[in-house]
Design a binder for this molecule. Structure first.
Ligand code: GP9
Ligand code: MN
Length: 435
């Protein structure tokens, strides 16, 4: 219905966040490499266990002179987990209240990152992922998103000990992808989905770093998380070395992000002492703070390195990246806002309607103060703050439900941004058995 589309358009227009001149176009024409850090949470960054860094390489990137790193960046996934994260990054729309866009709406009309980059700036596109193409219905949805290549498990030797539960081991994914990556037409938009750091965080002993001694909590999931996270870190170090060797590092912008939590809320109290926290004092407020995930933008040679404290989430990645590449987002229907924009709203909303601002956290039906982690009781809230919460709740509901309407009703069918040719999924064939 055109009326729904009108509402979506109005909402998005009212929240348009103009690019900051300092950042607009600084990565124009560069290859884009997105590294999806499976189940990696921000607490891994700069974390030492038994004196050793869990992610020494990522730490060096995080503090690197060419990396803009965020320390208040949140995952915003729902039941669609990885697929929700991917959906937000590729389309800047939210995942669903239940289920996954990838499974339920894979044939929708998308105005996605690979298509926009292709049409506006001649980018080719590819996904590298060592699981079968059918998982999360990727082989279908990637076609609807206009991904030109999908290198799934069928492109790699995943036999025997070369893979774990979720597919090829990360070190092999990166190593065996190089011959394909090298041949991609430049500039390209390439995404690497790692899998080794995924529950149950299983990894053969021979692949483990004998010098890394993990935690000995009562929960093997936690202990193993650090082991596979450490392995993933090494795999990225190796990948950087390959990129450098084949001359792609300097010609690329590298986005690194954690898709969602690896340690679930029910395990947080067991993890608390590792983080130097008292499990007895752990609250729902702390659970939500734990949803921070890494987000780093590495632009080799840029000397832009710093840690940016802006609050934001996965929904914001797409417009942020478009602006870095010099592509105006004005004409598109994207729910996120460029993290570098002066108009960027620092209220991060979650799929369950919780939200976080730099000052406040709303979760578990209560408002909490970020400065001391204390819950406000009703008297403390007062009229002003109560009003504010109500407004924020309404805005959160509105944003999520408009995103839902867009997807449920496939509204982009009726929306024709200037110069955008609709994607025809039949133009894509990944040459795999699983389609
Ligand atoms: C599997 C991987 C895992 O292909 O992407 O997805 P998740 O279980 O994290 O949603
Ligand atoms: Mn995942």
């Amino acid at each position: 219905k055109p009326d729904d589309l009108k509402q979506v358009k109005g909402f998005i227009k009212s929240r348009y966040a103009a690019p900051d001149k300092k950042y607009f176009g600084i990565a124009k024409g560069k290859n884009v490499i997105v590294i999806h850090l499976e189940s990696t949470q921000q607490f891994s960054i700069d974390r030492r266990i038994n004196g050793q860094e869990v992610t020494p390489f990522l730490n060096s990137i995080y503090h690197g002179q060419d990396t803009v790193s965020f320390d208040n960046f949140f995952h915003e996934v729902g039941q669609g987990k990885t697929s929700d994260a991917e959906n937000m990054l590729e389309t800047s729309t939210f995942g669903l209240p239940s289920g996954s866009v990838f499974n339920k709406y894979s044939t929708n009309t998308f105005q996605s990152m690979p298509a926009i980059l292709n049409q506006r700036a001649g980018y080719s596109s590819a996904v590298f992922h060592g699981n079968v193409a059918s998982f999360w219905n990727r082989s279908s949805v990637y076609k609807s998103m206009g991904y030109q290549h999908f290198f799934d498990a069928s492109y790699f030797d995943v036999s025997g000990r070369k893979s774990e539960v979720w597919g090829i081991k990360d070190k092999l994914l990166f190593k065996d992808s190089v011959p394909y990556l090298e041949k991609l037409q430049q500039p390209f938009y390439a995404k690497f989905l790692t899998v080794t750091n995924h529950y149950p965080f299983a990894l053969d002993k021979v692949d483990q770093d004998p010098n890394f001694q993990t935690t000995d909590t009562s929960d093997p999931v936690i202990n193993n998380y650090f082991v596979t996270n450490h392995y993933m870190d090494q795999s990225i170090k190796e990948f950087y070395a390959y990129l450098d060797r084949i001359g792609l590092l300097k010609k690329s912008i590298i986005i690194l992000y954690g898709d969602h939590y690896g340690i679930s809320n029910s395990e947080n109290r067991t993890l608390a002492p590792v983080l130097g926290r008292d499990p007895q004092k752990w609250t729902a407020f702390d659970d939500l703070q734990m949803q921070r995930v890494p987000f780093m933008i590495d632009i080799p040679g840029s000397r832009l390195g710093h840690i940016d404290h802006t609050y934001g989430g996965e929904i914001d990645v797409m417009p942020t990246l478009e602006h870095l590449l010099g592509i105006s987002t004005k004409r598109y229907l994207q729910f996120g806002q460029d993290l570098f924009s002066k108009q960027h709203s620092q209220r991060v909303i979650f799929r369950n309607q919780d939200f976080i601002t730099p000052k406040y956290t709303y979760t578990d039906g209560h408002l909490w103060s970020n400065s001391n982690g204390k819950m406000f009781d009703n008297d403390e809230l007062g009229k002003n703050l109560s009003k504010k919460i109500e407004r924020w709740q309404n805005e959160t509901d509105q944003e999520l439900s408009l995103s839902d309407q867009l997807i449920f009703k496939d509204l982009l069918r009726f929306y024709k941004p200037k110069g955008f040719t609709p994607i025809n999924p039949r133009n894509y064939n990944y040459g795999t058995y699983y389609t």
